[in-house]
Structures are given as C-alpha cells and as structure tokens.
Ligand binder design. Sequence first.
Ligand code: NOJ
Length: 514
Amino acid sequence: MQTRPNWLNTAIFYEIYPQSFNDTNADGIGDIQGIIEKLDYIKGLGCNALWINPCFQSPFGDAGYDVEDYLTVAPRYGTNEDLAKLFQEAHKRDMHVLLDLVPGHTAVTHKWFKESMKAEKNEYTDRYVWTDSIWEEPGNMGCIRGISDRDGSCAVNFFSHQPALNYGFYQPDPEKKWQQSMDAPGPVATREAMKDVMRFWLKAGCDGFRVDMAGSLVKHDEEGRGTIQLWQNVREFLDKEFPAAVLVSEWGEPDKSLEGGFHMDFLLHFGPSHYNDLFRCDEPWFSGRGKGDITAFWEKYQESYRKSCGGLICIPSGNHDMDRMARRLDREEMKIAFAFLLTMPGAPFIYYGDEIGMRYVEGVTSVEGGYGRTGSRSPMQWDDSLNAGFSTASPARLYIPQDSAEDRPNVAAQIDDPDSLYSEVKRLIAFRQSHAALRNDGEIGFLQMNNYPLAYMRKSGEESLAVVINPSRESKVWECHAQLGQPLYNIEETLVRTDGGWLVPPCSAGVYQL
Ligand code: NOJ
C-alpha cells in the first residue's frame, strides 16, 4: 500500500467549483480571493481539505478541463500569486489543497497542440496520439482532423476539442506504425512533461492532485495494466521529490488505481460501483419510499475494499458532473445520506452547497460544455441578499443562473438553526472526528447486507462501533442478537429490542458502541 501522509487519515474534503463559489470582483464569476475569504466558513463546517476544479488558462469549452496552459491561473480567477496565497492561507488553518490535474488531454489552443499540428517534425510531433493519414481514424472516441498541416487524425479523449496526449499504447498494433509503445520517446516525453506540471504546483505549495480521467491515459489497455505502470512511475518520481504529495484518482476502479499508487479513488456515477443506486436513480436507496436496492453496491464495495490493500475508497456527496443529491432526496433524506457518507471509511468529499441541500437548477442552458451538468454548477447560495450573496454583479451577468425559488436554501439561514441540514452535517463531521473507529483509515465490517436496514461496523484499536441506517418510512428488523450500548449519535428514534433482533425505526440513523 502507498504510505500516506497522516493528515489524509482525518481529511474531510470540500470540492470547490471556482466559477461558482464566491465572486469578489463583481464580474459574475467566482475567484481565488473568494475562496480565501471563505476558508473560515469551510473550516467552520469541519472540512479541512479542498479539491479545486481546474483553474488554469483555458478557452473554457469544458469549463477548464480543456487546459491551454497548465502553469498559469486563468485571469478570470486571479493570478498564480493568488493561488500561492490560497495555499498559504489554507496551511495557516491546518487545511490542505488539491488541484485538479488534467493529464489526458489539452485544449486545441495549447501551444503543444499547435506545434504538434505542424507538418515539420518538432519537439511536440509525438505529444498527442496521431495517425499517419487523415483518412485513418485513431480509435472509437472520435478524432480531430482537417485543421492541421500535418497529415493525420488526432485522437480525442473526451469532447471533440480535447486532443489526447500520447502516453503510448499498451499493446501497439504492429501493422499501425503510429501506435507507439509506452517507452517510445514521444510517450516518455509526455509523461515527463506532466511531471514538470506537478513539480511546478507542488513547489508553489499545493498538497497534491485530484487526477482527471486517471484511468484513460494509455491506449489499448483494457485491463488498465499499462496505465497502472504509468502511475507507478509517476508515484516513484513523487516519492523521490515530493513524498508528501497526495494523489486522488478519478478512475472509479479502486482495485486498479490504488495499485497504481494513488492514495484514494472515488466511487463515481460511471464505472462498476453502483454508486448511483444510492442517491441518483428512479428509486434511490436513501429515499423514504424504501424501494431502493443497495445490494449490488455493497457487493462491489466489499470486493473493492478487499482488493484495496488499505488504500482509501471515497464516496462523494456529489460533484460537478452529476445531479445534485437534492434532485432526488429531500432534506430529511439527505441527513440520513450524510450519516452514511460521514461514517464510511475513505475520505468524505462534500460538493460545495450539498451541505445546505442546494438544488439542481432545472432547465438552464448549457454553460461551457456543462450540458446536463450545468444545473449542478450554479453559484453558491450564501444568504438572502442579491445573487444569494455570491456576487454583486447584475444577476444577468452571473456565470450560471441561480435557483430562482423563493425558498432556495442558503448558508445564513441554516448556520444557527440546529435543525438544518448544515447543522446535521457539521455535527456528523465533529462526531466522526472524535472517534478513531470512524477515521478514514478505520476498518469496516459488514453486519447486515439485506437491503433495509443497513448495518456495518467501524473499528480501530479498542473501539468498535455499529452504524445502523434505515432511510425507509417503515420500521425494519435487524436480525442481530448482539448487545449494543447507548446511541452515541442518532437521527430520529433509537433501536428497540424485539424477539427477532433490533427494531430499527423509520428514517433513522444511529451509531452505537459494540
Ligand atoms: C471528468 C471531469 O470531471 C469532467 O468535468 C470533464 O468534462 C471530463 N473529465 C473531461 O476532462
């Protein structure tokens, strides 16, 4: 297992979409100074680490995931100095910051790509995955062609304006000379260039990276073996030069990413995890209707946990790519969902605004390649002033229109209300942090897997706790004859002994001494 810095064992992350968090210069879009000014808010909630979505120079065809210059902060957010100041201000508060590294592709406007399109051979000729002829397509993701002097088609990694960087092919087809092996000079140079990017920001003071589409780099690599090797090589470099640097993968297959040297991987709305069954499907497991099915999720989770060799599997509350949790769950259901998220192992990740139940904004026109994701990226709602306190710009200038409902949730209304979602999340975080068994690296044992209720054990050293959750509106029986202590934390009623075991009240979540 990758050794990890101590702080990761108690890290609780807050994901910030910089466009939409806090605008301090009244241009309708969030900025780095805005994040600095809200660090105390984030710390007050109990989060002690940040993941910031890409904030680098970009044509913003994919909200910054189309990087034009990895080493320069986009002027709309501020300067490199502002970002360095954010690192310092976070560290002063004992908080850590992960940047978003996008190693799989760049924008078409990146200098590397412009050079790579030239007919004459140069340093960047092999920086991207190109075929030898405009008439040959590189693979099934589509390609960019017809805009270069060079003869060839360039593979894309996501949208059709995001050319795929060349890390080589795990098993190049000998008939296709353009498919280079992972150790060919072009792929090696790409890998080294990405290390330079990491070096640059780690020297500037960041604590590590969330890595975009980390599993996508090596081509023709169905099992991920080549990509795992690639990341092991990157980890070796980090261990030499920046041993404390943290890597979190957007891969969605922890058995692979953790072997690659990542400290943590996310469960995601894609991949085999069944994460969506819990929060984002027609009958989410956390809905009070009680018609969901958590069994496939648990099966996969247990399998990944067994294979994870102590690496961390993180279950986010949401992110900028998926519907807000509040699209399917109401406030009380979200409290129960957070009780789960904040008692599971792995570092919790809270997507900005989920702590107050911000809604998915329906019917907004796509902004910067957001499409259906745009509704989950609307500006943060701080209070009931103009633009919910996000910006003093005229509402028409906001990056994305806000939730227009009169009762839209905001921080100011919830922060002192003990009954609010915010207060529940804050209490849960404080509770988690005060129990060794609930730490990110505490063990988990699976006590009851038959859908409703859910019961699992968390353990560290001497401490063993049982977490028992029943989001449905009907009481459920947990067939367990163990003695339980008084509840250390509970939402709604506590368990009652019955002949068959324990009766778990409706819409409840509790943590008990085992
Ligand atoms: C995953 C990111 O989270 C998403 O927002 C982006 O569009 C794609 N990767 C492409 O970089």
